[in-house]
Write a protein that binds this ligand. Structure first.
Ligand code: DX5
Ligand code: ZN
Length: 208
């Protein structure tokens, strides 16, 4: 499966997002947009008005780390999100939520926190484009990779899931390789890319 790179703008300069994205976009496949509400996770980032100001032509993959995500999905779709990823822990009826996202003509995905087993999302694997396996507790960039999450990647492929398996948290050249060897194909990295002296070199080291 082709490896795709999605820089997380959480570690970019929020005062100059379009320029930050411009610098790296020709080497990447999509942009990972982290949305946090201070409730689902103990941190706050950006909302749909900021997403609407992003000028990149790359697909925007929006990772909603918020309570009641379905109240906001339409706003993010209107703001230009191409894929909406919600957390299974944030909704009561996951299948209904995904069906609603799919009906809005965008791609859908489900993310699982480190404490959530793959079995929680088994029933929706047939209707989603992505599973986003968190390899840190969501909320902050720059945390250490949790290697004990890797079996979830293997399990998803063993279940026959053929969509994107994204991995998010603590991804660098070394941890990216561990995950792609296990079957992940969508590598999300924030601090590793935006914190690097040479961001393009960092991106290519993820692909190796
Ligand atoms: C964490 C976010 C990540 C974050 C990853 O809750 O979902 O996307 O930006 O940051 P790094 O790559 O620095 O671990
Ligand atoms: Zn994320």
């Amino acid at each position: 499966m082709k490896i795709k790179i999605a820089p997380s703008i959480l570690s970019a300069d929020f005062g100059d997002l379009n320029a930050e994205i411009e610098e790296i976009q020709s080497h990447c496949d999509q942009i990972h947009v982290d949305v946090m509400d201070g409730h689902f996770v103990p941190n706050i980032t950006i909302g749909a008005p900021v997403v609407a100001c992003l000028t990149t032509a790359l697909p925007l993959n929006t990772h909603l780390m918020i309570e009641n995500p379905m109240d906001f999905v339409e706003d993010f779709v209107k703001a230009g999100s191409d894929r909406i990823v919600i957390h299974v822990e944030a909704v009561d009826d996951l299948r209904a939520a995904i069906e609603e996202i799919n009906s809005m003509d965008v791609e859908s995905g489900v993310s699982i926190k480190p404490g959530t087993p793959v079995s929680e999302i088994k029933d929706v694997l047939d209707i989603i484009d992505e599973v986003l396996v968190m390899t840190v507790e969501p909320g902050f960039g720059g945390q250490s990779f949790m290697e004990d999450m890797v079996p979830k990647i293997t399990e998803l492929r063993e279940l026959g899931f053929e969509g994107d398996i994204g991995i998010d948290g603590g991804i660098n050249a070394e941890t990216a390789k561990i995950c792609s060897d296990a079957g992940a194909n969508l590598l999300i990295a924030g601090s590793y890319i935006f914190g690097a002296k040479d961001r393009v070199d960092a991106i290519y080291s993820l692909k190796d």
